[in-house]
Design a protein around this ligand. Structure first.
Ligand code: HEM
Length: 486
């Protein structure tokens, strides 16, 4: 296998120019940012209820675009009152591709502690440390920790494909035997087990089965740890008003999952010696910093990201009724040589395009934030707005990725959208990784360190499925039938 970590996978994209953050042009009118934060306490709580309960995030933001006739406006984004008194929910929403792209300009925005907004989960969840994802590029530690993360990926590239394939064999064997026994198989738990196992092998360099407890329950421990950090910010869409009362009203304390966290910490400390050694000798990190950051990359960035992304990819493919599977099957079998590798994936443009289109319509990390470093002028497609130093910009990917000025029929799933020259150009506007798909993660930006690995892994997953099966049927949680390759 060969892979060039950090080199954009978009070898089929001729465009390597930076994304479309353009200085305000004089032709665009200067407009006051519409919208308001409402009355103290009442405004934030009313917005919170609309956002989480009565409308849901997408409708909440869409309605305000219509009301203000602007993709840039002021609003509140929860968590808010009553028990988040130290959190300021006031944001400037940036909801088109042009205004959103300001979030990638590190001269304009500060990313310190804004991973999930003005609310930040307690640092107790990360060993009393601010890990890489919460650091701004101006903090020297960011550079060390991002280099460490990129080095972990580079080292793991030697075994990445074989680990993915081996663990896919196990996962699909299990799913098949469940279908034989029960007529259908839920894929959510098998997917999480697969994700956990291959990531521990690749990122920590350890076999989860060296600890029975980690092998059996490691993925559940990470789920609980993730849930407690993110609950105040996550839309659940059911069981109201219970969700509002019990899940969105306060932050849950770390001690509820400290037992789980400590077990994974000890596992990483014992089994991940080689990676941790590199953290210390090559990146000047303390042992504690190396372990907590490795654990965060493994559990939050990687396991969390794939656990949201892969179910949406599987669901998209298994529920397709348009004949897409036949095309994917043809490409997976005719292209890429006898053994799957990251290079073989690069010969499969349709599979890559399906992965990109899934990321466009279901961006796994739905919101990005950035705080204005200074006063500046922000452009949308049709206006320019004055932003004041300290204001928090908030971009909701799901709407931005349906920008009708960029994407034809933006609501439709078009499997071939990112193919050919026109499709390659659109990669400049695919932002799931907190940067354009044509960009590269570096220590000077906040783009996902694994941008290329994520796309290639997902494409590998699809190619594997269509080398193994002629067809596969199911819905958003289960597989109901598989037809083995003849
Ligand atoms: C489907 C899977 C993934 C998704 C959707 C995803 C998405 C993202 C996003 C959106 C960000 C930027 C967050 C922000 O600052 O607002 C990010 C950052 C990051 N991701 Fe990923 N990611 C995924 C997998 C991974 C994996 C496998 C790694 C393993 C190394 C990784 C490592 C990182 C790191 C270290 C950062 C922080 C970058 C920085 O501070 O400069 N991610 N990711």
């Amino acid at each position: 296998m060969s892979i060039s970590p950090g080199v954009p996978s978009s070898s089929q994209s001729p465009l390597s120019s930076p994304p479309p953050v353009s200085p305000p042009t004089t032709t665009l009118p200067l407009r006051t940012i519409p919208g308001s934060y409402g009355l103290p306490l009442l405004g934030p709580i009313s917005d919170r209820l609309d956002y989480f309960w009565f409308q849901g995030p997408e409708t909440f933001l869409k309605k305000r675009i219509e009301k203000h006739r602007s993709t840039v406006f002021r609003t509140n984004i929860p968590p808010t009152f009553p028990f988040f008194s130290n959190v300021n929910p006031n944001v400037v929403a940036v909801l088109d591709t042009k205004s959103f792209a300001h979030l990638f300009d590190m001269e304009l925005v500060d990313k310190r502690d804004v991973l999930v907004g003005d609310f930040m989960p307690s640092v107790k969840f990360t060993g009393d440390l601010r890990v890489c994802a919460y650091l701004d590029t101006s903090e020297p530690q960011h550079s060390k920790l991002k280099s460490f993360a990129m080095d972990i990926l580079k080292q793991s590239s030697k075994t990445w494909v074989s680990e993915v394939v081996t663990n896919l064999d196990t996962m699909w064997d299990d799913i098949e035997s469940t279908i034989t026994k029960s007529g259908s198989a839920s894929y959510l738990v098998p997917l999480q087990k697969f994700i956990f196992k291959f990531l521990v092998k690749c990122l920590v360099g350890a076999d989860p089965s060296s600890s029975q407890e980690i092998a059996e329950s490691g993925y559940i421990m990470l789920d609980r740890w993730l849930a407690l950090q993110l609950l105040p910010t996550v839309y659940i869409g059911a069981l109201q008003p219970l969700v509002e009362i019990f899940l969105h009203s306060w932050a849950y304390p770390f001690f509820l999952v400290s037992g789980d966290y400590n077990k994974i910490y000890e596992f990483v400390e014992k089994e991940g010696k080689e990676v941790l050694q590199r953290g210390e000798t090559e990146f000047g990190l303390s042992r504690k910093e190396s372990i907590h950051n490795l654990l965060f990359v493994l559990g939050f960035n990687a396991f969390g990201g794939f656990s949201v992304f892969l179910p949406s990819l599987v669901s998209t493919i298994v529920s397709d009724t348009t004949g897409l599977q036949a095309k994917l099957r043809k490409e997976a079998r005719e292209k890429g040589g006898p053994t799957l590798s990251f290079d073989s994936i690069k010969e499969m443009p349709l599979i890559q395009s399906v992965v990109y289109e899934t990321l466009r319509l279901n961006p796994p990390v739905p919101i990005q934030y950035g705080r204005a470093r200074k006063d500046f002028q922000l452009s949308s497609h049709d206006s320019v707005y004055d932003i004041k130093k300290g204001e928090l910009l908030c971009g909701y990917q799901k709407l931005v990725m349906k920008d009708p000025k960029i994407f034809d029929e933006p609501e439709s799933f078009k499997p071939e959208r990112f193919m050919n020259e026109k499709g390659s150009e659109l990669l400049n506007y695919l932002y799931w990784s907190n940067g354009p798909q044509t960009g590269s993660p570096t220590v000077s930006n906040k783009q996902c360190a694994a941008k290329d690995y994520v796309v290639l892994t997902a494409a590998l997953f699809v190619a594997y499925v269509f080398r193994r099966y002629d067809s596969i049927t199911g819905d958003s949680s289960s597989i109901t039938a598989v037809e083995k390759a003849k």
